[in-house]
Write a new protein. Structure first.
Length: 603
């Protein structure tokens, strides 16, 4: 984290939600109406359930067309970071209040992703910065230990978050290698010595193993936070060439250790998309290098699209605003800017996550040991035993409560007056998050196929709309309950069922080079109606060629219903089928394995 963009963020504006949120149900009795939750910049409504609205309206001049058949990225999660600063404040609360806060964040708000620093950051409890192997040179890493994260209450709180929300995922992000590995011999600034690249890769593998042993599996890694920003707190300069070399060595060591942790390049601002693109060009054969991570402190969110265009994925991993003397203006400005840039435009430019920075800070924006001379804000503000929800809390809640892991972003038309982004959840429910940044109310309608409802967004407000998929409407994600998967060949520990488990950090893979005739098959349990197949694979592990078959008899497949060449996210549409079995057959060849992280069918 470096000097924060001058974004207003929220301060103490009330400690309870105005009303109880009632989430949609997925049963056959779900009402065919649209549920609405609203937050206004003036604070008069904060994630408040509004009266439902019904389909049957006339299309208005300003109309949002939702197109579920137009699929984009699969969403991963929403959250923040339990930094040393955040952990010190949360752990110091009376137990009952601490538990209430954690339940609020990881159950009520639905936060399901944590980006955890590997060692100390500028938001440390004290200026006593640390890594997991400090002191004299230790090439064998004999001293390596994450015990400091236990004593600083970081690991206990992450474990509690996972207990509250078992779907929670974790990314590890490194701020600095141990000082003895660096040319500066200091945690602050400097670069990694070339002779310690392999040792640093071992260090990162040990981190993943140690956190896993401590009850915190690490799904994702970035090897260097803000690699272009050396500063007066733990930091390290790393060129794209150096990062590519490190990632290659880290990939081999993670594989040898039997770890499936994904790697993301860059982890810095929107203003240098050339950096991750260069990493991809140098390390593109690393299948676990799946994409790039971005921060908000420079450039424009549209830069993410360059990574998407290169066939890679995007995570948004850090942004912190600053406080102002006017707490009402702080809340309002943050709500608008974060909703627009960190959620709506981020998602529309390929982002599959919205992760802010500190989960909690005090009224002075601390404790912090680095930049952020203006008061930075967390998702919540803690003052002794009390906490208040900042605007970040509401932006994240508008997403995390309703957009479930595995949701797919789908097409929606957007305008300057009613910015929006749409999703289809794994249960088929539609979610539309809309934003009005103007100073007047904006009436609009929403159309999906032949159904339309009308609404109006108050001045400077955001709202989340949810509704069930209409029966028989293309685009509904089929429930995978009762499905089973088999394959012609599978790598040890990467069984076919992993492609159906709702967890993109796991996968099925062949464990051998791609070859013509390899197949992956799904038994849907009974005949189901579907017209679209969507599979996600690690970059490089997509099928070089494929054919899709559907049948009611697994011993007789007939002719292929579709064929093509795979990409990291492959969406295949074909004439509507009502069949029990689906088979994907490899028709190409490559030295890479063939893998499927998730497979979904749509009606």
């Amino acid at each position: 984290m470096h000097l924060r963009r001058s974004l207003a963020t929220a301060t103490a504006l009330g400690c309870v939600l105005a009303g109880t949120l009632t989430l949609h149900t997925t049963s056959a009795q779900a009402a065919p109406s649209v549920q609405i939750w609203l937050t206004t910049a003036d604070g008069s409504a904060k994630l408040v359930r509004q009266p439902d609205t019904a389909f049957g309206a006339t299309t208005l001049a300003r109309n949002v067309t939702v197109s579920p058949a137009e699929t984009h990225q699969t969403m991963t999660g929403f959250g923040a970071s339990i930094t040393g600063a955040s952990a010190s404040l949360i752990a110091a609360m009376p137990k009952a209040r601490r538990n209430a806060l954690m339940a609020d964040l990881f159950q009520t708000a639905g936060l399901n992703y944590l980006r955890q620093p590997i060692g100390a950051t500028d938001f440390n409890r004290t200026a006593d910065f640390y890594t997991y192997d400090d002191g004299a040179a230790d090439p064998t890493l004999s001293r390596f230990s994450v015990q400091r994260d236990e004593t600083e209450n970081i690991l206990p709180l992450v474990r509690q978050a996972r207990q509250l929300n078992p779907a929670l995922k974790v990314m590890g992000s490194a701020w600095s290698a141990p000082a003895w590995m660096k040319d500066s011999n200091n945690l602050n600034g400097g670069s990694l010595k070339s002779e310690y690249v392999a040792t640093y890769a071992d260090y990162l593998v040990k981190f993943v193993q140690a956190y896993g042993a401590a009850g915190v599996p690490v799904d994702d890694l970035t090897v260097q936070n803000e690699p272009l920003f050396p500063t007066s707190y733990p930091s390290m300069v790393m060129s794209s060439e150096q990062q590519a070399d490190l990632i290659k060595q880290l990939d081999a060591k993670l594989t040898a250790a039997g770890l499936n942790t994904r790697i993301w390049a860059y982890d810095h601002n929107w203003d240098r998309p050339d950096y991750p693109l260069d990493v991809f060009s140098r390390a593109g054969d690393v299948s676990r290098l799946v994409g790039a991570a971005f921060h908000c402190y420079g450039g424009q969110v549209s830069a993410q699209q360059q990574v998407v265009n290169a066939g890679k994925r995007v995570m948004f991993t850090e942004c912190s605003g600053t406080d102002s003397a006017d707490s009402a203006a702080t809340f309002a400005d943050t709500l608008m800017w974060h909703a627009e840039n960190l959620f709506i435009q981020n998602a529309r430019n390929g982002g599959e996550s919205t992760i802010t920075w500190n989960l909690a800070l005090n009224p002075s924006g601390g404790p912090h040991q680095g930049h952020c001379s203006n008061r930075c804000n967390g998702v919540v503000e803690i003052n002794g035993s009390r906490y208040t929800r900042n605007a970040e809390y509401y932006v994240l809640s508008h997403a995390a409560r309703f957009v479930k892991p595995g949701a797919v972003r789908v097409g929606s038309t957007s305008s300057a007056e009613v910015q929006n982004v749409a999703f289809v959840n794994p249960d088929g429910f539609r979610v539309l998050v809309a934003l009005n940044t103007t100073t007047s109310a904006q009436p609009f309608s929403v159309t999906e196929n032949d159904r339309t409802f009308a609404s109006s967004l108050p001045a400077r407000s955001m709202a989340t709309y949810t509704w069930p998929a209409p029966s028989g409407t293309p685009g509904g994600v089929l429930s995978r309950t009762g499905w089973t998967a088999t394959a012609s060949v599978s790598a040890a520990g990467e069984a076919p069922a992993r492609a159906l488990d709702g967890d993109e950090s796991t996968r099925w893979s062949t464990g051998q080079a791609q070859a013509n005739g390899q197949w992956f098959q799904v038994d849907l349990g009974q005949a189901r109606t579907f017209s679209t197949l969507r599979i996600t694979s690690a970059g490089g592990d997509e099928p070089r060629g494929f054919q899709v078959y559907a049948s009611d008899n697994p011993r007789s497949w007939g002719t292929a219903i579709a064929s093509g060449t795979g990409t990291a996210t492959t969406t295949v549409s074909f004439p509507t089928q009502t069949k029990r079995y689906l088979r994907i057959v490899q028709t190409g060849s490559a030295g890479n394995w063939w893998s499927i992280h998730e497979l979904n069918l749509y009606s």
